[in-house]
Design a protein around this ligand. Structure first.
Ligand SMILES: Nc1ncnc2c1ncn2[C@@H]1O[C@H](COP(=O)(O)OP(=O)(O)OP(=O)(O)O)[C@@H](O)[C@H]1O
Ligand SMILES: [Mg+2]
Length: 501
């Protein structure tokens, strides 16, 4: 059997300063198998993936391919053995077309010139393997995020890999586009490719995986066929106990003062005539499919975009301006959807990143009070269970989910009036999700009004007091959470059933 195993890692150790990221881990995948790799934030999943594709080398342990020991010095070495990674940050060039992107770096040539015909043929072939309809001559920037993700996979497949590594491939996709990707993953596996699939969405795992490996604190907990597991068992293995996830009671907000008026807001003809009031201490969910303008509304309120038409006011605290600094000074802050580009300062420490929004408070006559910075940061690290060896560890050394918690923590301390959260639980593990929602509730109890945008609809039912649905540029009335359930939520998000009050 071993001879056929396309990738095997044995007794793997990986150490970082202050962290044992992997400890004596054994892992193997077979051809045609989809293996889910699961664990809490910081469990070691991405580290294992990086070792498997040559981005990093293990400190101890061996990697074998079809029974032959190998040592990868870089990703090109791993690629030569048929191992491809589709990384979360897409490595595509927006202004090139789809075919050029798929052949990027190894354009077919004829008489020394790029052979565009061959390039197009290759693109059509690899897209056909995915059974997706994307025009290879379109510039990449014209595609949806899901389509771009598919192009990235097509690019990996065009190299005929025997092992494909997918680290949270769906974390930036809306649920509606996830199923196309899952179908693709299953199809590729059925063609004999071994697939390692990392995700925090257990519903995806149930649909796509044949078997499941769980890591906890860098150690292997178990590997088992999916058929022998229940969701509850998987969660128990990940967290080492049960997760308490309690729905938060909705609160009555109607009598509280209004802290944000949005009146007849129209944005780039995508959002038309949206009006609503947000009350002190209210948690409002903005539901809608991708591209319905949820993020644009948040960005406009936060002052990143001008108000083209309509009016926003801050209750009795004055006018709104398209000026982020001004809005932050008035206690209005946004945690962005795209944390890598807009959220963290990678090389700065966890403590500095957490304190960034509050320099005014933490400095005295231009001098930073490092003691206060550490106290404030230490408090957030504890409250959000941020996994970091030291307070001053550079944020870029944290796992993806823990970086996300740092971004949320930063703005929690700043938004004293209105906190805008765009996809706050993206890439965050089951336990941390509950913690984040509890923090949302605690923050709203202090009187902060909160707007949450999330693609994971059921989460809106956990934490919101009210929900507005966006569909085709139009906003619904405001619904009370108490009047909604999973079913009505689903139908409203698709624009149906306007009659429910
Ligand atoms: N380059 C690095 N330098 C220092 N520590 C690191 C580095 N990369 C990862 N770590 C640490 O190794 C541990 C495992 O991180 P890893 O990124 O593998 O977790 P993960 O399971 O992928 O988590 P997530 O679900 O949040 O993405 C974490 O404690 C992390 O802080
Ligand atoms: Mg990771």
């Amino acid at each position: 059997m071993t001879e056929q195993t396309p990738l095997r890692l044995e007794h793997i150790y990986k150490f970082y300063p202050g962290v044992t990221a992997l400890e004596d881990v054994d892992f193997a995948v077979e051809a045609g198998e989809v293996r889910a790799l699961l664990g809490k934030n910081g469990a070691g999943k991405s580290t294992l993936i990086r070792l498997a594709c040559g981005l990093e080398r293990p400190d101890k342990g061996s990697i074998t391919i079809h029974g032959k020991p190998v040592e990868f010095k870089n990703p090109a070495d791993a690629r030569a053995f048929g191992i491809e990674i589709v990384s979360q940050e897409l490595n595509l060039v927006p202004w090139l077309d789809v075919a050029e992107n798929i052949s990027l770096g190894r354009y077919p040539k004829r008489f020394g010139r790029i052979d565009y015909k061959a390039m197009r043929r290759a693109a059509i072939e690899s897209l056909a393997r995915l059974d997706v309809e994307i025009d290879p001559s379109l510039p990449l920037s014209r595609l949806s995020p899901a389509q771009q993700q598919l192009v990235e996979i097509a690019k990996a497949l065009s190299k005929q890999p025997s092992v494909l590594l997918l680290d949270e491939p769906t974390s930036s996709l809306p649920l509606t586009e996830v199923s196309a990707l899952l179908t693709t993953v299953k199809r590729i596996a059925s063609q004999g490719v071994a697939i390692i699939y990392v995700s925090h969405r257990l519903s995806e795992i149930a649909e796509v995986a044949h078997s499941v490996t769980v890591l906890r604190n860098g150690k292997l907990v178990s590997t088992a066929p999916l058929s022998e597991l229940t969701e509850q068992m998987i969660v128990n293995q990940m967290v080492g106990g049960a997760v308490e996830h309690s729905e938060i009671e909705p609160r009555e907000f109607a009598t509280a003062p209004v802290v944000l008026h949005v009146d007849d807001l129209t944005i780039k003809q995508r959002i038309e005539h949206v009006s609503f009031d947000l009350h002190q201490g209210e948690v409002l969910g903005l539901a809608g499919l991708l591209g319905t303008g949820r993020s644009e509304i948040l960005r406009t309120i936060a002052g990143f975009e001008p108000v083209e038409h309509g009016r926003i006011t801050l209750g009795n605290a004055g006018d709104h301006r398209a000026n982020v600094r001004y809005m932050i000074a008035r206690g209005v802050a946004l945690t962005p959807e795209n944390r890598r580009d807009e959220g963290i300062i990678p090389r700065l420490g966890v403590h500095e990143n957490l304190a960034l929004g509050r320099w005014n408070e933490l400095t005295r006559r231009g001098l930073i009070s490092w003691r206060s910075v550490r106290t404030v940061a230490g408090d957030f690290v504890q409250k959000l269970s941020i996994k970091t060896p030291e307070l001053d560890t550079p944020v870029m050394n944290l796992s993806g989910g823990n970086q996300q918690k740092v971004v949320i923590g930063r703005w929690l301390g700043v938004a004293e009036r209105v906190l805008l959260l765009d996809e706050p639980t993206r890439g965050v593990d089951v336990e941390a999700k509950s913690q984040i929602y509890e923090i949302i509730r605690a923050t709203s109890k202090r009187g902060v009004a909160i707007i949450v945008v999330t693609s994971e609809l059921e989460e809106l039912l956990w934490c919101c007091d009210s929900i507005i649905f966006l569909h085709k540029g139009q906003a619904s009335q405001k619904y009370r959470r108490a009047d909604l359930n999973a079913e009505t939520l689903n139908s409203l998000v698709n624009g149906g059933d306007k009659g429910v009050e």
